[in-house]
Design a protein around this ligand. Structure first.
Ligand SMILES: Nc1ncnc2c1ncn2[C@@H]1O[C@H](COP(=O)(O)OP(=O)(O)OP(=O)(O)O)[C@@H](O)[C@H]1O
Ligand SMILES: [Mg+2]
Length: 275
């Protein structure tokens, strides 16, 4: 069994439009999967379903042996979904940083809130309030240390006390990546992480993502950067009109495409890039 197994995902929006048609995807641990395809083919919707931001009408998703999505089970509790969602990190095109908080607080906020919840849940086991507070402070220091390490990793140690409005787009996106990593997800997902950036800032973000591959992280990347997909992926999936039209290694997809739709897609991309 693969690390992540998505089977028979189908989704129709309330207006009757079927956006996902029997999607099957597998990703191995430490593998990078890129999803490419023209606008409107369903890439973001698939990523949103994987991240529990949309529900699928049918299908299953198993991660690390655990059944996380079962299309037959409807109306799951929000608390259960929140817990499952923590297996995944999602980095958006538009960063979505909290503008009112410093870079450091953007990183520490969610893990600290989760820690608070966890410690509150221990009221029965640890009866003394003082003991719980001590544990909270110890664990919070570990979070802060982790976040300092992450800031170092993305090369933004000196921006720890800056606010997002004082950063460049590329720096904001690097912070968004570190913020997702601070929650220690099993799978990190990206939805066009560089498409809101000026070309000269794209490289620094792609470099950070590439360095994560070196750390053996499992990643799913929706991207329009074909050169990057070719370079960083273990596997590439090409979506067209809600189906997986073709999948393979980067060499198979980019050097030896089989379907006419993929051939046309690559031709259009190359023409746009002036190749
Ligand atoms: N909430 C919704 N209700 C109805 N249709 C939707 C909804 N969200 C997305 N769609 C439609 O589903 C299709 C797929 O959208 P999606 O955002 O998944 O495409 P995409 O492949 O990510 O495209 P892009 O490359 O432009 O980001 C589009 O035709 C879109 O208009
Ligand atoms: Mg999209």
């Amino acid at each position: 069994m693969s690390y992540l197994e998505i089977k028979n995902f189908n989704k129709t929006f309330s207006d009757g439009f079927q956006v996902l048609k029997d999607i099957n995807v597998t990703v191995e641990k430490g593998e990078v999967l890129s999803i490419i395809g023209s606008s409107g083919s369903g890439k973001t919707t698939l990523l949103r379903c994987i991240n529990f931001l949309e529900t699928t009408d049918s299908g299953t998703m198993v991660l690390d042996g655990e059944l996380l999505i079962d299309g037959n089970i409807k109306n799951e509790k929000e608390s259960a979904l929140r817990e499952k969602r923590l297996n995944f990190g999602l980095v958006f095109q538009s960063f979505n940083l909290f503008p009112q908080y410093t870079v450091f607080k953007n990183l520490t906020l969610a893990p600290t809130l989760l820690l608070k919840d966890k410690i509150n849940g221990l009221k029965k086991t640890i009866k003394s309030r003082k003991e719980r507070q001590k544990l909270f402070l110890e664990e919070r220091e570990k979070i802060r240390e982790d976040c300092r390490t992450l800031l170092k990793k993305i090369g933004l140690e000196e921006k720890s006390n800056s606010y997002p409005c004082d950063l460049s787009g590329g720096q904001c996106q690097r912070v968004a990546i570190a913020r997702a990593l601070a929650l220690k997800p099993k799978v990190l997902c990206f939805d066009e992480p560089t498409s809101a950036l000026d070309p000269e800032l794209t490289g620094e973000v792609l470099k950070v993502i590439k360095s994560l591959k070196g750390e053996d992280r499992t990643m799913i990347i929706v991207t329009h950067e074909m050169g990057f997909a070719k370079n960083v992926s273990d596997k590439v999936v090409f979506m067209a009109d809600g189906i997986i039209e073709e999948e393979g290694t980067p060499t198979e997809i980019f050097e030896n495409p089989k379907s006419e739709k993929l051939k046309n897609f690559l031709k259009n991309v190359n023409e746009k890039d002036g190749d």
